[in-house]
Design a protein around this ligand. Structure first.
Ligand SMILES: Nc1ncnc2c1ncn2[C@@H]1O[C@H](COP(=O)(O)OP(=O)(O)O)[C@@H](O)[C@H]1O
Ligand SMILES: [Mg+2]
Length: 159
């Protein structure tokens, strides 16, 4: 059975609210796959999580094109993978992703659906759909052994 949660954001503030709820709820070691088109809000959501954990916005706002950004100045480390430019799974494996996935931070992987075989089976998939200029639908689905209690806690926070 897959535990699911649907959340609609009518603007960026409401996306930030989801990011903050995730930061408050995700167990250390969680891996989140972010699925959605360019401009959907994958980076915006990740930045909101990092900000909630205490990472200064100046760090997350820098538009560098590195594949892995490590935000370690917050309460919990956040590892942000942008796999847009990776050609194939081998290129991903060369980055040594398991060290991050098995580590004690929160991992966010943009375009994770392109690299399912690289990702751990126990994870949270977040699919973002653009509904309008500032309106976004988020579908959260726990995979494998991802605890459904986390989705329950999120549901309560966002209610
Ligand atoms: N509700 C919303 N949530 C997130 N981003 C939004 C929202 N409404 C408008 N935007 C805009 O959409 C863009 C999302 O960009 P970004 O997070 O970089 O997307 P992605 O990483 O998915 O390519 C930004 O320009 C942001 O200002
Ligand atoms: Mg992005």
């Amino acid at each position: 059975m897959t535990a699911r949660l649907l959340y609609t954001a009518s603007d960026e503030d409401e996306t930030r609210r989801l990011g903050e709820a995730l930061a408050d709820t995700l167990p250390v070691g969680s891996v989140v796959s972010l699925i959605g088109t360019l401009g959907a809000g994958k980076t915006a959501l990740t930045s909101a999580v990092a900000a909630r954990l205490g990472v200064p916005e100046t760090e997350t706002a820098s538009p560098t094109f590195v594949l892995i950004k490590e935000y370690t100045s917050g309460r919990v480390p956040v590892y942000h993978f942008d796999t847009y430019r990776l050609k194939d799974a081998d290129e991903f494996y060369e980055l040594g992703p398991d060290e991050y996935f098995d580590g004690d931070g929160l991992c966010f992987v943009e375009w994770g659906d392109r690299f399912e075989e690289v990702l751990p089976p126990d994870r949270l998939d977040i699919t973002i759909t653009v509904l309008g200029p500032t309106r976004r639908a988020f579908e959260l689905a726990g995979r494998g052994g991802f605890p459904s209690s986390v989705l329950d806690a999120l549901r309560e926070k966002l209610a």
